[in-house]
Design a protein around this ligand. Structure first.
Ligand code: COA
Ligand code: AMP
Length: 246
């Protein structure tokens, strides 16, 4: 039996961090302890730990997306690089793709804050989220043996953040109608972003200016995407990834 452990932490009602693990029952105490330890130096006033039994058999993916890293002089060059790929693969005119991505840099929610999840855009340039403040969040995903994967990735010079984001993007791209994911963090001091597309997780350094507390994700999908099915896959279907793609 597997359990999902989710932790989310906020300060003055603003979400500051979140993480998820999928583990067997006997590992729960240690994993909860490790998740709590991750936030011991954070200033927070609310933290929620949720443990739920996973009733459905997880989808097992043999390999994650393949990691690539590209460095640029500045974030505008990196953004230009990503936009060209997105436009070519989604058939969205460059200006349309740019219009949506620019929203992430100013706060994509209607109140100009960050959205609480990802924006969804189809090939016609239509936004499909059911709620434009919230967007959709990808949950129920982890590496089957996170310790081994984390060790491997840290040895290669990546961070724990890469482990989390790689898992999330791998689940996303496994969905048949999801063409690409574009992501910039909302942490003001973390400027590396990524584009997940065509089996690759392309880290782009830097993808946003230092000091900016805006960020977000866009899932680019095909026109024939059924929105309820997509939400169901992202929110309800568990996915475990066995290894990284080296
Ligand atoms: N961003 C902003 N607000 C969030 C949030 C997030 N990622 N996750 C939860 N919240 C807040 C929202 O206010 C939410 O209400 P809403 O559903 O109306 O938006 C509320 O908390 C409750 O959300 P819920 O979905 O019940 O949270 P949860 O306890 O199931 O935890 C997380 C979900 C935090 C585990 C998940 O959102 C998450 O962040 N997973 C890790 C993602 C990750 O690894 N990212 C890669 C980092 S690079
Ligand atoms: P982060 O990578 O944690 O800095 O998050 C960057 C942005 O991605 C957030 O501001 C949200 O808009 C969005 N986001 C956060 N968590 C999720 C999730 N689980 N699924 C989809 N989008 C998310």
């Amino acid at each position: 039996m597997l359990y999902s452990i989710k932790i989310r932490t906020s300060l003055k009602e603003k979400h500051i961090s979140g993480a998820e693990r999928i583990v067997s029952k006997e590992k729960i105490p240690n994993v909860v302890k490790a998740l709590l330890k991750r936030q011991e130096h954070k200033d927070f006033d609310f933290s929620n730990v949720k443990i739920e039994k996973i009733s459905q058999k997880p989808i097992i993916l043999g390999k994650s997306l393949k990691i690539k890293t590209y460095k640029f002089e500045n974030y505008k060059e990196a953004l230009g690089f990503a936009l060209n790929i997105i436009s070519a693969k989604t058939n969205l005119p460059l200006e349309t793709a740019k219009k949506f991505i620019n929203l992430l840099y100013i706060g994509a929610s209607p109140d100009k804050n960050n959205m609480r999840g990802a924006m969804i855009v189809n090939e016609k340039g239509e936004r499909l989220e059911k709620d434009k403040f919230r967007g959709v969040r990808t949950v129920l995903v982890d590496f089957k043996n996170r310790e081994i994967i984390t060790k491997k990735l840290l040895e290669k010079g990546y961070t724990e953040r890469t482990v989390d984001a790689l898992a999330l993007a791998t689940k996303n791209l496994n969905y048949k109608n999801l063409i690409a994911e574009f992501c910039i963090s909302d942490d003001n001091d973390y400027t590396t972003g990524y584009l997940a597309i065509d089996g690759k997780y392309i880290r782009l350094k830097p993808l946003k200016p230092y000091g900016l507390d805006k960020g977000g994700r866009i899932y680019f999908v095909k026109n024939n995407t059924n929105v309820d099915e997509l939400y169901n896959y992202l929110e309800k279907i568990p996915v475990l990834i066995e290894d990284i793609n080296e």
